[in-house]
Design a protein around this ligand. Structure first.
Ligand code: AVI
Length: 342
């Protein structure tokens, strides 16, 4: 566990997981798609062949999409980031006591780093920090900032798809394995995938470790709808960027001004749904295939599931995880759970 920062450069080659970890090649020369883009294409075509057209939300996060998401997190209407950070500040000492000494802190889909820094600062002599992300650039950036601030912590980036198990991590014999998964990203998983992810975390943390997870709570319509239909149009740009990415990576001709963003609360399914609404009857070509849209037909691009404390704990129980402690803010907007093996 003594991997090092060499000449200010992170060497991810020894830290890649045993999954396939090739990078996305965005340079679309000769109209020939890279292997990554072939997978992207097949998922896009499959989604658009459905009666309710869909696109997979994991493709939101190219470089531009990641920047737009960071901008969303700063919006007044998008309370999620602000409330979670304030709650984390409030409970950090309690969390540190529960975590104890010399923990390995793992963070699937490591974000911009603000939340992890709050946690690391509060901890008693953490041993290492293991950020995991599919994007090498993102990993390098967060590692550099964190190493400067915490010179005594071993930083061990792993480039991987965090929704899949990482065998290397599971093999690490360590008593205090803590997974930190803030941001309510679990809300973007469908039920079966959420249970699969939680089960992977159950297997990863072992009998002594824990999963600390942030989960957004179901609340009144207007707060939720405003969070996903912001007045500055950043969420609209984020949603439409998916079409721009398909155009540039997959030889497609979506006309971005012919689609409008719409986010609706589906209370029956306890989720916010993001859609792109076709403004006209139109045909879109993608790498030689064509798709017809009628006026006001939508492409469903994302679900963001919202839970109550009880409904989330029932989901966690399906992965054999139970709460050792759960915190919410005073207005019951957001929850943080400390889960251990059940
Ligand atoms: C990353 N995830 C938790 C965000 C959410 O709230 O579902 C993604 C997002 N979509 C629109 N705004 C933010």
């Amino acid at each position: 566990m003594d991997d090092k920062l060499v000449s200010n450069e992170w060497h991810t080659d020894q830290y890649t997981s045993d999954q396939e970890t090739s990078f996305i090649d965005n340079k679309n020369t000769n109209n020939k798609l890279s292997t990554q883009n072939e997978l992207f294409l097949s998922e896009v075509l499959q989604g658009l062949e459905q009666t309710q057209k869909t696109l997979p939300c994991k493709y939101f996060y190219d470089e531009k999409g990641s920047i737009l998401f960071e901008e969303i997190c700063e919006l007044d209407e998008y309370y999620i980031t602000r409330v979670e950070l304030a709650l984390l500040e409030k409970i950090k000492t309690e969390l540190a006591e529960m975590i104890g000494k010399q923990a390995i802190i793992m963070e699937p889909g490591a974000g911009a780093g603000v939340k992890i820094r709050t946690l690391l600062k509060a901890l008693n002599n953490p041993e290492s920090y293991v950020p995991m992300d599919i994007s090498k650039d993102f990993l390098f950036q967060s590692c550099e900032t964190i190493q400067k601030e915490f010179p005594n912590i071993d930083i061990m980036p792993i480039q991987c798809d965090f929704t899949q198990p990482v065998k290397w991590l599971g093999q690490q014999k360590h008593d205090n394995k803590i997974v930190f998964f803030p941001g309510s990203t679990i809300g973007n998983f469908e039920k079966a995938s959420a249970i699969q992810f939680l089960t992977n975390m159950h297997d990863l943390i072992g009998s002594e470790g824990a999963l600390i997870i942030g989960v957004d709570l179901l609340k009144e319509d207007k707060v939720l709808e405003a969070a996903y239909n912001d007045s500055l149009g950043v969420t609209e740009a984020f949603n439409k960027n998916l079409l721009a990415r398909i155009n540039s990576d997959l030889n497609a001709d979506f006309k971005l001004d012919q689609f409008k963003h719409k986010a609706i609360l589906n209370r029956q399914l306890a989720r916010i749904e993001m859609h792109l609404v076709s403004q006209n009857e139109q045909t879109v070509n993608i790498n030689g295939e064509s798709f017809d849209f009628s006026a006001f037909e939508t492409i469903h691009t994302e679900n963001s599931h919202k839970y109550s404390v009880d409904s989330f704990l029932a989901l966690a129980a399906e992965a054999n995880l139970k709460s050792k402690n759960t915190w919410t803010d005073e207005q019951q907007l957001f929850s943080i759970h400390y889960l251990v093996r059940g």
